[in-house]
Design a protein. Structure first.
Length: 135
């Protein structure tokens, strides 16, 4: 399967998956993949809540969900992005701020759920890109 990019459509506001470029599946607006920065997010396998997607937020803006053992490529302009992940009642997250810039344009991340006594929390960690399954 070809690589898909997760983007927020500027016309309809939906979080959509597109190829290198192509129309928005929701509203047919032409979309282009930003050639600046890239966040790659991999959700580690976890049998807890595995049926549910983890909701992704960047700077408080929803960006769809990620499934179990899924890898998402998120093209973005350079800048700072706070990543937050939620799933159901689990809303605690370490909320890393990611700084995409010309010196550091490619940031690979893994997310996993840490079991807690009251509620579970999400841990997002920066990792070596070679450790992420490229789907
Ligand atoms: Zn659209």
């Amino acid at each position: 399967m070809a690589r898909r990019y997760r983007m927020k459509c500027p016309r309809c506001g939906n979080a959509v998956n597109v190829g290198a470029s192509g129309p928005c599946p929701k509203c047919s607006a032409p979309l282009y993949v930003e050639q600046q920065g890239m966040l790659v997010l991999y959700r580690m396998g976890n049998f807890v809540g595995s049926a549910n997607g983890f909701g992704i937020y960047l700077n408080e803006q929803p960006l769809g969900a990620i499934g179990n053992r899924e890898t998402l490529h998120i093209p973005l302009p350079f800048g700072d992005y706070k990543m937050h992940i939620v799933c159901g009642m689990n809303r605690q997250c370490n909320d890393p701020v990611l700084h995409l810039c010309p010196e550091d344009p490619f940031i690979a991340l893994k997310v996993h759920m840490k079991m807690g006594f009251v509620q579970n929390s999400f841990i997002i960690e920066r990792v070596d890109p070679s450790t992420i399954p490229q789907v």
